[in-house]
Design a protein. Structure first.
Length: 216
C-alpha cells in the first residue's frame, strides 16, 4: 500500500488538531521511511521480480526490522514516546494518536501484501495478498485516501481545492506504480520512496499547516 496510508492522516488530524498534518504524513509512512535507508544500507532486502504479484513487482523477502509485527509495535511506541517527551510534553493524547498512526501502516500493509510481513524476526509471515487483485487494491487505496480527505475537509471543501488536487496527483502516482514499468533496481525503489515521502510531507505543510499557522 502507498497512498492509502495517507488516508489515516486526515481523520487523525481531526481527532487531535494539535498535530501538524505533515507530521502525520511522516508518521503513517514511518515504517517505510525506515525501510528505504535500511534497503540502501543492506540491512533489509528486496528483489525486483516483474509479475511477483499482479500489481507490484517487489519481493519483500527480508524486512524484519521495519515491517515485522513486533518491530512495528516497537517503532509505534518509540515514536509516540519521543513525540510526547520531545515535541508535545503536555499532550498525551497527541502522542497516542501519533503511535496509532505509525502502527496503522502495518495494519493496512497486512491487507495488501503477500505473506511477507513477519510476526517476529523473519518468521511466521502473513499478508492477505490483495495486490493480486489490482483493481480492488487500487479502489481501496483511492477510497482510503479520498475518504480521509473528505472526513478532514467536510464543510470547507471549497477552500481546500488544492488538497483535493494533491490527492488526485497522489492517486495518479499510485496508478503508475500499479500499472507502469517496474523500478530499475532495489536501490532505485528505495531512493524514489524516500524522496516521495519527504515531498508529500512538504506539500501538505504548504497547503494546510502553513496556512493554519498563518490564520492562528
Amino acid at each position: 500500500m502507498f497512498v492509502g496510508h495517507y488516508g489515516v492522516s486526515f481523520p487523525a488530524k481531526r481527532l487531535e488538531p494539535s498535530i501538524p498534518l505533515w507530521v502525520l504524513f511522516l508518521a503513517v509512512q514511518f515504517l517505510d521511511i525506515l525501510w528505504a535507508p535500511f534497503i540502501l544500507l543492506g540491512i533489509e532486502k528486496v528483489r525486483i521480480v516483474p509479475g511477483f504479484t499482479a500489481s507490484n513487482p517487489l519481493d519483500l523477502f527480508y524486512m524484519p526490522y521495519t515491517h515485522g509485527l513486533l518491530a512495528a509495535l516497537f517503532w509505534s511506541c518509540a515514536v509516540g514516546v519521543v513525540y510526547h517527551f520531545v515535541v508535545r510534553p503536555s499532550r498525551l493524547r497527541a502522542s497516542f494518536v501519533i503511535g496509532l498512526a505509525v502502527f496503522s501502516h502495518w495494519l493496512l500493509d497486512f491487507i495488501v501484501h503477500s505473506p511477507d510481513l513477519p510476526l517476529y524476526d523473519n518468521h511466521a509471515k502473513v499478508g492477505l495478498g490483495l495486490w493480486n487483485s489490482p483493481a480492488i487494491a487500487f479502489v481501496l487505496e483511492a477510497a482510503l485516501l479520498f475518504g480521509g480527505i473528505w472526513f478532514y475537509l467536510r464543510g470547507r471543501l471549497g477552500r481546500s481545492v488544492w488538497t483535493i488536487v494533491l490527492g488526485v496527483v497522489m492517486l495518479g502516482i499510485q496508478a503508475y506504480l500499479f500499472f507502469g514499468p517496474p523500478p530499475s533496481s532495489d536501490r532505485a525503489a528505495a531512493s524514489t520512496a524516500i524522496v516521495a515521502y519527504g515531498l508529500f510531507a512538504l506539500v501538505i505543510w504548504w497547503l494546510q499547516d502553513r496556512r493554519a499557522a498563518t490564520i492562528t
